[in-house]
Design a protein. Structure first.
Length: 245
């Protein structure tokens, strides 16, 4: 697959326009985060990275499992809105757990993911945000606009968030599929994508207290999650807790 727009000047122009778009998106997301997420309280998702380390995230209401692949070192799970399936989806949330990749630099990992899109898409525009620690652990966010993905046949806008713990790396994605679109354009309004970005940023990685000798940790889990986390099945990479539990 040969990426279009091989001219560096064209790629820089597209990236600059997308960067300006994302700046507006971020401002919109900051202003509306609380009100947006008040309406997005669905099932909770827990990924087990090993050694008592977990990632806790969430899904919008009404979303259901679409795919699940278990394997070392990567575990993959995906969800779609009600009425969509793994074969006809237009929006998806995906979680990938990379065991043994704890301590990696989130921005460098996102560069690797971006390179894959660069190979698959006719044209991409992308920007990244300076990594910001969450709960004492490194994290980073990036958005990618793919004008036409040769593998799927769709245009795609992908929001990605990486969190690296001490034992594992966690990649959360919110993917939107559309008809192919022109390079440098985004087929969604700012507020819509800001909600997606905010939903990813609510997740965090943390360390469960396992045993008396580990009652204090550098990245503790929320106190209210202790009963649920104590009931996790050891070795089960992905666990979904239904809303209201």
């Amino acid at each position: 697959m040969i990426p279009a727009f091989g001219e560096d000047s064209v790629r820089l122009s597209v990236a600059a326009r997308f960067c300006r778009f994302l700046t507006v998106l971020l401002l919109a997301g900051t202003a509306s985060a609380a009100s947006a997420m008040a309406q997005e309280q669905g099932d909770s998702v827990v990924l087990q990275g090993g050694g008592g380390e977990v990632y806790i995230g969430g899904l919008p209401p009404g979303w259901a499992a679409a795919a699940r692949v278990e394997g070392m070192p990567v575990d993959f799970a995906a969800w779609t809105p009600r009425g969509q399936t793994s074969s006809d989806w237009k929006e998806m949330i995906a979680a990938q757990l990379f065991s043994g990749l704890g301590g990696r630099e989130p921005a460098a990992f996102l560069d690797r993911v971006t390179a894959g899109y660069d190979q698959a898409c006719d044209s991409i525009s992308t920007t990244s945000i300076k990594p910001v620690p969450v709960n004492g652990l490194p994290s980073a966010f990036r958005a990618i606009a793919c004008s036409h993905n040769s593998a799927s046949g769709f245009g795609e806008v992908v929001l990605l968030r990486v969190v690296t713990g001490r034992n594992a790396l966690y990649l959360m994605e919110r993917i939107y599929r559309t008809e192919p679109f022109a390079p440098g354009t985004i087929p969604f309004d700012n507020g819509f994508l800001a909600q997606g970005k905010t939903s990813l940023e609510l997740g965090l990685a943390c360390q469960r207290a396992v045993g008396v000798e580990q009652t204090a940790t550098a990245s503790p889990c929320p106190e209210g999650w202790k009963p649920a986390l104590d009931g996790l099945v050891e070795g089960q990479a992905v666990t979904v807790f239904p809303a209201g539990e």
